[in-house]
Design a protein around this ligand. Structure first.
Ligand code: IPM
Ligand code: MG
Length: 358
């Protein structure tokens, strides 16, 4: 097939992991006989430095005409002054809104060989396999903001339609998995959460009566993620809770450098990004873990291009590379030798090129 893919390297380690993602997509194209064309565009701090705004019109135009968008990371200390007028993160939020990608899928998968990289005990990690469905274009991230010298405010709003559509995405995933859905809110305090809970319960009873629904308050969910992570299958939650809980959940997998994400809307153009940030402390050193980005390309192949066999081949190649012992610094334990971003990527590419399993 032919596909147009926009690449948004962004800031910090973003360009390094985007390079790995592009190499993987190129290798999939040549191994499986596809033609992928890439268009690299600016976003975040890199765009602020070049043209004064974090999401230039040319970037939006390229993303909108693409079949899929891959993003590295945005942000960094250079643009973090709390009094700055423009911020890199505004570019990412505006892009999510412009593409209408309200459903952010964050699978949390554990590679058995990486259990030692997690701060949790192995017996707690046994059997962990979950997916967090984070609402991505609403809530406190997008509400009106105010600030003067005395006070500041961020408005959190959710509409029934916004809640219904994200719960449907999560319920469909649950139907294909364990048949269980856990909805996370803060309904003992927040009005938006009380609406979230009542809409979720009504919709699930009416449209998905066969799915078992559990409801958890976000503070309890944060604890249960560490005490009984294997009990979770599909979690659905609002924007900010999903942001926080998935950084926490990454520790189950051993590193923030392991978790991919897919942001989907009603059109097939999805946005794919590792859940990690720009990691300014290691940027430019060539040691970032490319696994989250490469696993995000698998999601791109699956959800935007409909190439399931190719997606599985990429996921298998990551797993084989980890089984073979390759470790970037973030997932290395005492005795492991550490490989660079380029070496880890090269090993994964080698495993992809061995071609389809017959
Ligand atoms: C993420 C990131 C972003 C978010 C930041 C960079 C705006 O933390 O994708 O999880 O908060 O959504
Ligand atoms: Mg985050």
């Amino acid at each position: 097939m032919e596909a147009l893919i926009t690449l948004l390297p962004g800031d910090g380690i973003g360009p390094e992991v985007t390079k790995s993602a592009q190499q993987v997509l190129e290798s999939v194209a040549s191994t499986y006989g596809h033609r992928f064309q890439f268009d690299s565009q600016r976003i975040g701090g890199a765009a602020i430095d070049a043209v004064g705004e974090p999401l230039p019109a040319a970037t939006i135009a390229s993303c909108k005409s693409a079949d899929a968008v891959f993003l590295g990371a945005v942000g960094g200390p250079k643009w973090s002054d709390p009094n700055a007028k423009v911020r890199p993160e505004q570019g990412l939020l505006a892009l999510r809104a412009a593409l209408g990608v309200y459903a952010n899928l964050r699978p949390v998968k554990i590679y058995p060989e990486l259990v030692g990289a997690s701060p949790l005990r192995p017996e707690i990690l046994a059997g962990v396999d979950m997916i967090v469905v984070r609402e991505l274009t609403g809530g406190i991230y997008f509400g009106t903001k105010t600030r003067d010298e005395h006070s500041a405010s961020d408005l959190c709003t959710y509409t029934v339609v916004e809640i219904e559509r994200i719960v449907r995405v999560a319920a469909k995933l649950a139907a294909d998995r364990s048949g269980r859905l856990c909805s996370v809110d803060k309904a003992n305090v927040l009005e938006t959460s009380r609406l979230w809970r009542s809409v979720t319960n009504r919709l699930m009873a009416a449209e998905f009566p066969g799915i078992e629904v559990e409801t958890l308050l976000v503070d309890a969910a944060a604890m249960h993620l560490l005490s009984r992570p294997a009990a979770f299958d599909v979690i659905v939650t609002e924007n900010m809770f999903g942001d926080i809980l998935t950084d926490e959940a990454s520790m189950l997998a051993g590193s923030l450098g392991m978790l991919p994400s897919a942001s989907l809307g009603d059109s097939s153009t999805g946005l794919y990004e590792p859940i990690h940030g720009s990691a300014p402390d290691i940027a430019g050193k060539g040691i970032a873990n490319p696994c989250a980005s490469i696993a995000s390309t698998a999601l791109l192949l699956r959800y935007s291009l409909g190439l399931e066999a190719e997606a599985l081949a990429v996921e298998r190649a990551i797993a084989e590379t980890i089984t073979a012992g390759a470790r970037t610094a973030d997932i290395a334990t005492h005795d492991d030798s550490r490989v660079s971003t380029a070496q880890m990527t090269a090993e994964i590419l080698g495993n992809i090129r061995r071609g389809p399993v017959t």
